[in-house]
Design a protein around this ligand. Sequence first.
Ligand code: GLN
Length: 367
Amino acid sequence: MLSKLRSRLLVASLATSLSWTAANCAVAQPPATADSSTPTQATTTQEQAADKTVDIGVSLEKLQSLADAAHQKFKDDTDGKNADYIPELAKIPSELFGVCIMTVNGDVITVGDVDYSFAIESVSKPFTLSMLLRDDGYEAVLEKIGVEPTGLPFNSVAAVELHKSAVNPLVNAGAMASVSMVDADSPKARFEKILSYFEEFADDDLTVIDSIYESEAATNWHNKGIAWLLDSYGKLYADPDEVCDVYTKQCSIGVTARQLATMGATLANGGQNPKSGKRLLPTDQVPKLLAIMLSCGFYDGSGQWACEAGLPSKTGVGGGIVSVVPGRFAIVGFSPPLDEHGNSVRAQNAIKYIAEELELSLFNGRN
Ligand code: GLN
């Protein structure tokens, strides 16, 4: 409700910005509104968020021009193919393409289809992991799931069989182990806890895309197999069928590139949401989460991504990718056609282009 009010104000703010930018892109300031149910508290956090202006090392105009250039450069690239092992994903228009950047100051850069709600899929995994790092801490994640890259596809049974564990939280096995560790009395409560945590990250209302959920729930035998295999090694911490169902629902949550950019910017901002000012993850856990995203976020494409973009990132078969530039901003790309690893082709190319132009790789020593 409140988020909807904020969204409306954001739209109004965008309309103003549009007067000086191209019709399909905009630079927007975060909306200066307060939460009407808790006016005093919300005003305080908004003011805190507005007070803080971090030097992000690049102008908003430059970021906008790079986002525009990336969109222009890759919008006609028809490489890749929508995921079709989840039948509903094959029906999403392949030409959709959006790029959104949110800075740690809450400034937003957009171009293209940034308000289309797509299935978050595996981009959900680091955010559930974030809850575990907050509630149980890194040692528990290390012991109960693991933090090593598998070098294998996201749904690899071989990785589980080889290591007798989920290996890391960003492959399907580890994401289901993560879901099973969320402390809740029932599957329904577990899902609601995850959803509301994601909403805090997005600073907006989020809902499950029912058609995607139903499509994946009717075809997710492979994931059910992984859940039961993990259970057989004592590495799943709740009922396998229930866990797989909550995981499937988590993957079917709809997000826009704009909402996902807010989620990523919260990680770039040391775990504090730049729009709401709310802390969602203790600062000392953020480097752990980002390290896991860098080493495992692209599955068996993680090494190449680390070489070519050098940014902690997470991809999903819905076509979304979020990349985090710590202390500065998050870049989100969204476009459904995927490469052979299940990562969006246009989104990868757009993020890589911006990262190269601004020398954003964490390994160049200038961040
Ligand atoms: N829900 C999808 C699955 O389990 C997520 C995979 C992905 O985005 N890589 O297969």
